[in-house]
Design a protein around this ligand. Sequence first.
Ligand code: FES
Length: 90
Amino acid sequence: MPRLHVEGWEPVSVELGWTLLEACEEHGIPMDSACGGFACCNACRVEVLRDGGLSPLQAEEEPFLDAPGQRLGCQAEITGDADIRLAPGM
Ligand code: FES
């Protein structure tokens, strides 16, 4: 199982194909999701701290991101070990 490390929390084991939002919800890590995971609120934005471990950036995410390395937690799927920092809002 891949390992997800969210800065400030202990690393957790997660399922391949889960979104970051699903993984955080499963493990009690407080990632916001005001729109319910439909890529329209930006509350789930994260900074990726290490390359790899996530699905490719989706076009739906781009309007919400203002720096390289950011993703929407509800759209980024886990493909391997990943390290992130929660960075909601703008
Ligand atoms: S939960 Fe709203 S954009 Fe991800």
